[in-house]
Every structure is written in C-alpha cells, then in structure tokens.
Design a protein around this ligand. Structure first.
Ligand code: PHE
Length: 354
C-alpha cells in the first residue's frame, strides 16, 4: 500500500492505542510505537529519501499532518490521564468541611449531685457542718452503736454486702444508711471539746449533715442497691422535736421553692431514735398535689446513742433525720424511675443543669 494512503488508518490506530493506555507509563510506551526512533512515522520519513522531489513535497506534507494529529492525540490522552489522576487524589483526600468539629464534651453535674449541693447550701445557711464518712463500715458504727445489737430484728431490714473482718482496721460491710456518721461525727466533736465539757462548760452544739452513698440488697424502679442518703443531726442541751419539725419543714419549702407544701410526721420505729417518725410531704398544687410522699426517717436521738457519742443523756438531747436525696431529685424534676440516675445514659444526664 502506498504509505500516504495508510495515513488516516495510522492516525486512528494511534488514537485507539493511546486511548487504551491506562497509565502515563503505558502511554509513553504507546507513543514510542509511532513517534519513537523506530516508530511508524519515523519509518515513513526515512522511506521518503528514495522519492522524487514532487512526491517528497506532497508525501512529506501528508506525513507531517499525520504526525501532528498523532501528537495532538497523545497530548489529549496525557491530559485526560492527568485529570483522572487528580480526580482520584481529590476523592481520596476528600475533607468534608461541613462535618461539625470534634469538641470535648461540656460536662454537667449529676442530678443527684445538684440535689446534694442544694441540701448542703440550705443546711449550711442555718449553721450545719457537712461531714463525709466511709462507705465501708463496721458492725459497731452501722448497727451496734446505733442501739441495734446483734440479733436485733431491725438488722434484717438492712441486709447488705458483707466481707471478712469487722474491726476498725478491717471494716466489713457496706453501710446501709448514713446514720453511722451520727456516732463518728459526734465522737470527734466531743473529743475536741472534752476539756470544756470536763470543766462543766457548755459544749458547742452538734449540728451536722452527712450526705453520701449507702447500700442495701434491693433493686426495682424505686430502689437501687446503691442509693444516697443525707443524715442530719442536731444535739445540744435543749433541742426538741419542735426544732426538728421547724428545721425540716423550712428545708422542704426552701428545697422545693414553694410554701404550698405540708408535712406529716407519721409515728414509726427506729432503734436509734425515740420517739421516731417517718416524714411525709404533700404538695398542695402541681402534678403531685394531694399525694403523701415519704422523704425521710427521723426522731429524737435515743439515750443509748447519746451515750455512745460520749455524752450524758441527762444533759444532752437532740434529733436526727435521714432523708433520701435520690427521692428528692425524682420529685423535684418529675423523674419516675430511679434507675435512670445510675444507668449512665448521657442523653438523660445532660438534661440537668444548675
Ligand atoms: N437511718 C434510717 C434509715 O435508713 C433513717 C433515720 C435516720 C431515721 C435518722 C431516724 C433518724 O431508714
């Protein structure tokens, strides 16, 4: 075949071979087949040496056109491959700027912690100290010192988690209430003021609350094996049940921010108080209006307990109460399942702000 006649085929075969090259390296190899030292175009150029001057002109021009067409096809394919590579890179390194940044979560206090803070602030404002005590206790502080000797039937209502031991050095149970803090705090207080007392002077009154975690074998919508209590104790020479009523009523009204609230002191029994009363509250308006809700146990401190504090029950008298901050939190925020507080679901917990 006359070389010039084959030129259009040559151009189109170059185009399709370039098209098939999937990488720049493949494309450079394909280029050599046409434009390289022994490529097809180069061969055609060499073949022209035997032609006449006229033929040289016409064929030379045709070959040049074909060469330019092949070079243009090569340049197109190079560009296409470069574009594809850029596209691939952009995809691989894609950065979604619409995604919200990662921030450190803003923490908030637990609902029960907010309640404990409120309780501490309210009692602090009327001169109560705040004391913390151990959650792992001894029989003595949790029961015996509180007029609840071994084999006392009241112990069975306070089933808890026991381990080996039983001495101060090796406490053996998870406290079932915060009442052991009555003894611990009072003993320290008495020790501190012993010389005053011995000299016949007046001992500064014991006025303390002791919030903290307590434990019992109990678990349902209103009981958790771990729960909170806040003990209150006021002992002096002339502290009466009237003071308990006044202090606790005032506390409830301040805590719930309403005077539309009445209290009921319902006779009850605790080994460490005599007389004893369960404290119920009743809201006069709002969603809970009309229902009696138990919020605390209370009573006048039993003479045996006063004695275990290191004081003479003929001279010292007082009251104690133990309330349930978990319950108070449920009432304040309208939460109906205690377990929500301890499940750790951030969607629930983050709803409580001071
Ligand atoms: N400790 C008692 C309880 O857990 C409550 C209480 C405290 C009662 C102080 C009287 C005085 O049930």
């Amino acid at each position: 075949m006359n070389p010039p006649d084959a030129l259009p085929d040559l151009v189109s075969s170059a185009r399709s071979i370039f098209q098939m090259a999937a990488t720049p390296a493949e494309l450079e190899n394909a280029k050599a087949q046409f434009l390289g030292k022994s490529g097809r175009i180069t061969e055609l150029m060499k073949g022209m040496s035997t032609l006449s001057v006229d033929d040289k002109k016409t064929q030379g021009a045709a070959i040049n056109l074909a060469k330019q067409a092949i070079e243009a096809a090569l340049a197109d394919r190079r560009q296409a491959l470069a574009n594809a590579e850029l596209e691939r890179q952009l995809k691989a390194e894609a950065l979604d700027v619409s995604l919200p940044g990662r921030r450190r979560g803003q923490g908030s206090l637990h609902a029960v912690s907010l309640t404990l803070e409120r309780i501490e602030a309210i009692f602090g404002s009327i001169g109560f100290d705040v004391a913390q005590g151990p959650e792992i206790e001894t029989d003595w502080f949790n029961f015996t010192a509180l007029n609840t000797p071994e084999d006392h039937p009241a112990r069975s209502m306070h089933d808890t988690f026991y381990v080996e031991g039983g001495t101060e050095a090796a406490p053996n149970l998870l406290r079932t209430h915060t009442s052991p803090m009555q003894i611990r705090y009072a003993v320290q207080h008495v020790k501190k003021h012993q010389s005053l007392i011995d000299a016949g002077h007046r001992m500064p009154e014991i006025r303390v609350i002791a919030p903290g975690r307590t434990y019992r074998v109990d678990s349902d919508a209103t009981h958790s094996p771990m729960f909170h209590q806040c003990e209150g104790l006021w002992v002096g020479e002339n502290v009466s049940f009237k003071d308990l009523k006044y202090v606790f009523t005032d506390f409830c009204r301040t805590f719930f921010e309403t005077h539309d609230l009445v209290l009921r002191f319902r006779p009850s029994f605790f080994p460490f108080t005599e007389p004893s009363a369960e404290i119920d509250i009743q809201f006069q308006s709002g969603p809970l209006a009309g229902r009696w809700l138990e919020v605390a146990g209370s009573g006048q401190v039993h003479p045996n307990v006063i004695r275990n504090m290191g004081l003479d029950p003929e001279h010292y008298i007082g009251f104690a109460f133990g309330m349930g901050p978990d319950r108070l939190t449920m009432l304040r925020y309208g939460v109906n399942d205690l377990r929500l507080f301890f499940d750790g679901d951030i969607r629930f917990l983050s709803q409580f702000q001071s």
